[in-house]
Write a protein that binds this ligand. Structure first.
Ligand code: GLY
Length: 578
């Protein structure tokens, strides 16, 4: 078995930061359940493991592994269960990406990103006076893209699944029909959203008890969702894209002024794509190609960090954080300039992910001075949402990294009346308007403008790190544009600094996205001395209010055992293994 080299001896900064992290509010939920029990020690198992945002969903996947299903089967069962038990992001009305490494060491990906309806136009988010209207872009029926999740899960099953489809959807049907006990975390989340939900009667009816907030321990039944899932169980993707489900969805579009037609639904296709690949210090990086920006940006950053000697820096030293920030800044600028749906625009994937490009870009990184980000230039003078991720590894070491999304928490907040599922607001991931690139981070570059049938650019970065054809790390996270940096940080923490996977996940996070030109840090991510040193280099450093992402990772140790790194930043995350 391949695995990590011996962990580096933790230095003082690392010990301080990890000790601090354990007490920080961002980890205060401390929920990382293992088959129902809270657990403080690392969860290590021999055979198979599922790590997701919710315990019953992880257990649904584990039951499939125990039955002889493979990692793809388990990921599908977990994803459908999340559509019931983690409504903020688990979904059938959204989309996502799956990266798979097979037991023979080969790999592939499935793209089931939402698509723009045929009636979409680049200027569809402008009001009648031609001004950008953020509500149209993010909170309206126009914000809904043609969902991809059901088609994508079916395609992955047809290509690589082992157990019958019905058996994978059935656990979700049961959870929706019989109901499940609302956790304290879900109760608190739903209670805070009732006012927003009240705009859509079907949403309020589904996620409240006759208008009152659910309490922890109440049973949440979703009968209409159960019926939709039954149609999917019995007819596969046709049970979603055709017939009653499709008709209900299109009726809601007509009611609210949305664009999705029966034809858009019938025409939706998921696509199998070649992964984006890179190497980092002897490891293979296998990640998602466009329409995700995740894989390209991740490989570009890892190349830059490798070339600039990240391995010679110590954990969270000014030098390490400076290098990380400069790599993030450049990769996010390239993301804005180039990345989009390759079915519509050419994207220089080869170039951006090449070592040669990293070498030339490295010449623009000053070792002790911050560069400047500007909305009008992408060159570097030397001077200077809601989404959820699940990871699965099975007994033959087939591995799956699956990130799926509704865009914002509870997506558009629109439940399809009669069908019981939430619609995404993924059209918000298209750029708002040509030319509208601002210091605040709105991006107006052309490649990612809306067009009929186009997939909106994503940051989802489901990633597998491998060595000699064996998985070493399976990882991904929600968090909009922060996703790529969350994944990068965990890879660096684990592979460079030798942190065990739970520590690598717990460790407070960093994020720079080109614009706005500031380094956002979670509480406790860097020491005051490091912050001062970074500010002297010219960096603007700001502590973010909340937390960044919710990563679900599995590492494979040198002894071949699987270890869970499940994020405690949000309640209910859970590892299940055997
Ligand atoms: N909706 C988040 C993303 O795709 O990046």
């Amino acid at each position: 078995m391949s695995g990590l080299p011996t962990a580096a001896t933790p230095d003082r900064a690392m010990k301080t930061i990890l000790k601090l992290a354990a007490f920080l509010p961002l980890l205060s939920t401390t929920a990382c359940a293992r088959e129902g029990r809270r657990q403080a020690t690392p969860h290590r198992v021999e055979n198979g493991m599922v790590v997701s945002q919710e315990l019953r969903a992880s257990k649904a996947g584990l039951a499939i592994l125990r039955k002889g299903g493979n990692a793809v089967d388990a990921a599908i069962a977990t994803a459908f269960a999340l559509a019931v038990t983690h409504p903020a992001a688990g979904n059938i009305g959204g989309g996502g990406f799956m990266v798979v490494m097979l037991a023979d060491g080969t790999s592939t990906t499935f793209d089931f990103r939402e698509r723009a309806p045929a009636a979409s136009r680049p200027d569809m988010f402008l009001d009648k006076d031609g001004k950008y209207d953020s509500a149209r872009h993010h909170f309206s029926h126009l914000a809904v893209g043609v969902p991809g999740s059901v088609a994508g899960l079916q395609l992955a099953h047809q290509r690589l699944g082992k157990l019958p489809w019905r058996e994978l959807v059935e656990p979700a049907v049961r959870l929706a029909a019989r109901g499940f006990k609302v956790s304290p975390g879900l109760a608190a989340d739903l209670a805070g959203r009732l006012k927003g939900f009240s705009r859509y009667p079907a949403t309020l009816a589904q996620f409240s008890s006759e208008g009152e907030a659910y309490q922890a321990g109440d049973v949440l039944e979703q009968r209409e969702l159960a019926e939709t899932l039954e149609r999917i169980r019995d007819r596969g993707a046709a049970g979603f894209y055709q017939g009653k489900t499709a008709e209900l969805l299109v009726a809601e579009m007509r009611r609210g002024g949305g664009l999705i037609s029966l034809e858009d639904l019938r025409n939706y296709r998921a696509v199998e794509r070649k992964p984006v690949r890179g190497t980092f210090r002897g490891y293979d990086i296998i990640s998602m190609p466009p329409p995700s920006s995740g894989g390209v940006a991740l490989v570009e950053m890892l190349n830059l960090l490798e070339h600039n000697g990240i391995d010679k820096t110590s954990f969270r030293s000014p030098q390490e954080v400076h290098l990380l920030t400069e790599a993030m800044r450049r990769a996010y600028a390239d993301r804005a300039l180039h990345l989009a749906d390759t079915d519509f625009v050419p994207v220089p994937v080869e170039k951006l992910t090449s070592k040669k490009y990293a070498r030339s870009l490295s010449a623009t990184i000053h070792p002790r001075k911050a560069s400047r980000s500007s909305p009008t230039t992408f060159t570097w003078p030397v001077k200077g949402s809601e989404t959820t991720h699940l990871s699965v590894v099975d007994s033959r070491r087939m591995s799956v990294a699956l990130t799926t999304t509704l865009e914002y928490s509870y997506g558009s907040r629109i439940v399809v009346p009669g069908a019981g599922f939430l619609l995404n607001n993924e059209m918000g991931d298209f750029n708002p308007r040509a030319g509208l690139t601002t210091e605040k981070g709105l991006i107006g570059t052309k490649p990612n403008l809306a067009a009929p049938g186009k997939r909106m650019l994503s940051s989802m970065s489901p990633t597998i790190v491998a060595k000699a054809g064996e998985p070493v790390l399976v990882v991904g996270s929600p968090g909009g544009r922060t996703i790529i940096n969350t994944v990068l940080g965990i890879i660096i923490n684990h592979l460079v600094h030798g942190l065990p996977i739970q520590d690598a996940v717990d460790s407070p996070r960093l994020h720079h996205q080109w614009l706005p030109d500031k380094l956002l840090v979670e509480a406790g991510a860097i020491t005051p001395a490091t912050r001062l040193a970074l500010e002297k280099m010219g960096h603007t450093v700001e502590q973010r209010g909340g937390s960044q992402g919710s990563a679900m990772a599995i590492s494979v140790g040198e002894d071949g055992k699987l270890e869970a790194g499940c994020d405690r930043r949000r309640p209910d995350s859970a590892a299940a293994g055997y």
